[in-house]
Design a protein around this ligand. Structure first.
Ligand SMILES: NC(=O)C1=CN([C@@H]2O[C@H](COP(=O)(O)OP(=O)(O)OC[C@H]3O[C@@H](n4cnc5c(N)ncnc54)[C@H](OP(=O)(O)O)[C@@H]3O)[C@@H](O)[C@H]2O)C=CC1
Ligand SMILES: CCCCC/C=C\CC(=O)/C=C/C=C/C=C\[C@@H](O)CCCC(=O)O
Length: 326
């Protein structure tokens, strides 16, 4: 038996999660492995908005991705000493098989393993696959990204620049605006202080918006759709504005814009594009090595602080990817 600790969600979230919603549980993991299984020690864990949105029932272990170092293996693809990116939960030691292991960490690239919960992990594949598959950006087009300083949004902006687009974004602080501009965004506004989204967008994107990567939802998204060009494409990635909200959001209806501008709007979940992950990993790795994609992480130390990191991310404290270093 090997000792492990995991975070359990002990009560329903009431709006923004609180530290008292979580507790650490000790467990013993049976070291007998079935074919395909490994045991891994967590090096980095991911705190992501979907953990709030999926809302597992009280008493359940908290779900999530981690980079783990393999300590025992019955899977030839992941020998002892290698690292995997797996859906192992908020756990110090996990026992997972092929169905929960997304891929092996490529240690030949020289890129830190933490990046495998970010630009080379689930958020990176979300940005790469969701943006390129759904928005189909073309050189010279204008792209709008909300949540533009976060894990997914900052990567969408950088990929859009690589594709030769003009990129506009919004985020929740002036420090984040500075960061987004430093990684190539052409113009960015603070959605918390902006009084007039359509007016601001008309100034920042006088030729209109062709692609909209929506991380946020709510009224802002309807306002952005009003500024889109005929034939525009919208990738609906998430709706973080609603995850902690206790009241249903009422927004301007968008069907009028959809019809008159012949817009395409498509929601997605990153794993539906898993056939595209090898291409995504190859290109993202190359772009990181070439300096075309810059990595920014907000790191919290120690497994015990995972809920703090999670609440911090939901409160907007992260710039780039929120990472927990175990
Ligand atoms: N469809 C899919 O497969 C996937 C979807 N997603 C979605 O992508 C989105 C971004 O995720 P991710 O990049 O990991 O997270 P981020 O790194 O962007 O962190 C969350 C950010 O959301 C912003 N935020 C929080 N509350 C609100 C609010 N009420 N209104 C507007 N912004 C808010 C904060 O930034 P700020 O300071 O700017 O407010 C915060 O930093 C989420 O909606 C998530 O659910 C992510 C992965 C996969
Ligand atoms: C208004 C409600 C909107 C709800 C949006 C909810 C979530 C969006 C989001 O953030 C999705 C994230 C997807 C994460 C990807 C993987 C997980 O589903 C776990 C998959 C486990 C596995 O297959 O290994």
């Amino acid at each position: 038996m090997v000792k492990s600790r995991y975070f359990s969600k002990i009560q329903e979230f009431d709006g923004m999660p609180k530290l008292s919603d979580f507790k650490i549980v000790e467990e013993e993991i049976n070291e007998d492995l079935k074919d395909g299984e490994i045991i891994g020690e967590a090096l980095y864990m991911s705190v992501d908005p979907f953990i709030r949105a999926y809302n597992v029932p009280p008493g359940s272990p908290v779900i999530g991705f981690q980079v783990a170092k393999v300590t025992k293996s019955k899977n030839p693809k992941y020998p002892v000493g290698s690292k995997v990116m797996a859906f192992g939960g908020w756990r110090t030691t996990c026992k997972v098989g092929d169905e929960l292991i997304w891929y092996k960490v490529d240690e030949t690239s020289g890129i830190n393993a933490s990046v495998f919960v970010g630009a080379l992990g689930m958020p990176g594949m979300t940005a790469y696959c969701g943006f390129l598959e759904i928005c189909q950006p073309k050189e010279g087009e204008t792209v709008f990204v909300n949540g533009c300083a976060g894990a997914v949004g900052n990567l969408v902006g950088q990929i859009a620049k690589i594709k030769g687009c003009k990129v506009i974004g919004c985020c929740g602080s002036d420090e984040k605006i500075k960061f987004a501009k430093s990684i190539g965004f052409d113009d960015v506004f603070n959605y918390k202080t902006c009084k007039d989204y359509p007016g601001t967008l008309k100034k920042m994107a006088p030729n209109g918006i062709d692609c909209f990567f929506d991380n946020v939802g709510g009224q802002m998204s309807s306002d952005i759709m009003a500024c889109m060009n005929v034939g525009g494409r919208i990738a609906v990635c998430g709706a973080i504005t609603s995850y902690n909200s206790k009241t249903p959001s009422q927004v301007t209806m968008v069907q009028g814009y959809m019809v008159m501008k012949q817009l395409l709007m498509r929601g997605f979940l990153v794993h539906q594009f898993k056939e595209k992950f090898p291409e995504g990993l190859k290109n993202m790795t190359q772009w990181i090595k070439e300096g075309k994609i810059k990595i920014h992480e907000t790191t919290t130390d120690k497994f015990e602080n995972t809920p703090q990191a999670f609440i911090g991310m939901l409160s907007g404290k992260n710039i780039g990817k929120a990472v927990l270093k175990c």
